[in-house]
Design a protein around this ligand. Structure first.
Ligand SMILES: [Zn+2]
Length: 320
């Protein structure tokens, strides 16, 4: 069997966090602590590379100039909020956010060019930002930049984006709502931030049928998650993607301070295994994961560790 190679971008992207805020640096520290104690990072098939920050031009694949300049100016001043009170400013947030986008782009390019089988940017998946605004802890939307880049630079014809974060990935969902090349499946808790993502929203025009929202109630657990994953697999098979991108937000795991879902760590891992296996079946295993939310430090650090362990293990079997 061919050896799995997992690309893990590190460097300034990991500094993206906000002081005294749920999206804290502690999430990263704790993850690396566990990874080190389990000696997972010593595996030879993990390509852990310190990435360069790419020129800000990459942001233009998706974001508007006014927004980029606004973030840059606020970042120099180092005070206030980028939105209505969720996403604070600190000195250097522009460079950190650009580093996240850079890491996601470099990771995706490695997978697209077969230099790695899969990749995971643990600080990526900033799915609430829109082309002209920051929102919900997300300064720039790395996933949207990656999708736009794949479409424009590599002329990719079909992309599948799966989002299991407890919150609806509105920035990604609505930015490609009428694009038939971008298939999106998003399972999320009903009635929490950002309050979007309904079942009747299935894409418009030529893109009708390329979008899938699955809503779960407060208190939903693995049963609901895995039922949703079954629907997503059927949807993904119709999409016939050339690459699968997945936002693996861990804020649906029981005990998260910002949501009321009750997935287990095992259920969360299983959902990722299912989509990884789908990538194996449909697109030669081309799979890129983005960290997303997760505000219970123990949950998120263990969930990320589980994923890195799985994505770098020799056993490719993603069957339940
Ligand atoms: Zn979330």
């Amino acid at each position: 069997m061919e050896e799995k190679k997992l690309f893990l971008p590190i460097g300034r992207n990991l500094s993206y966090s906000f002081p005294n805020h749920p999206f804290s640096y502690e999430r990263v520290e704790k993850t690396f602590e566990i990874l080190e104690s389990k000696k997972i990072l010593e595996r030879k098939n993990i390509i852990m590379e310190k990435i360069e920050i790419l020129p800000e031009d990459i942001l233009y694949f998706f974001h508007e100039k006014e927004h980029i300049n606004f973030v840059k100016k606020m970042s120099e001043e180092g005070e206030g909020y980028l939105d209505f009170g969720d996403t604070p400013v600190y000195k250097g947030v522009f460079e950190d956010a650009l580093a996240v986008v850079s890491a996601s782009l470099i990771a995706t390019e490695k997978v697209w060019k077969n230099e790695a089988e899969c990749a995971f940017n643990i600080i990526g998946g900033l799915h609430h930002a829109f082309k002209n605004r920051s929102a919900g802890f997300c300064v720039f939307n790395d996933v949207c930049v990656v999708i736009s880049y794949l479409l424009e630079k590599f002329k990719v014809k079909r992309i599948l984006y799966v989002d299991i974060d407890a919150h609806h990935g509105d920035g990604v969902f609505y930015s490609f709502y009428s694009n038939p090349k971008v298939w999106i499946a998003d399972i999320h808790q009903i009635n929490i931030f950002p309050g979007t993502g309904f079942e009747w929203e299935t894409g418009e025009g030529e893109a009708e049928g390329t979008k899938l929202n699955i809503l779960v109630d407060a208190g939903a657990g693995d049963k609901e998650l895995l039922k949703g994953m079954k629907k997503i697999v059927e949807f993904g098979e119709m999409a016939k993607p050339e690459i699968i991108l997945m936002q693996v937000g861990a804020d649906g795991i029981r005990g998260d301070p910002l949501t009321q879902l009750k997935y287990s760590l095992e259920g969360h891992l299983k959902a990722v295994k299912i989509i990884y296996q789908l990538a194996k079946n449909l697109c030669n295993g081309k799979f890129v994961a983005f960290g997303g939310g997760g505000y219970n430090i123990n949950n998120v650090s263990n969930a990320w560790t589980n994923l890195i362990d799985f994505l770098s293990s020799q056993q490719s079997d993603g069957s339940p």
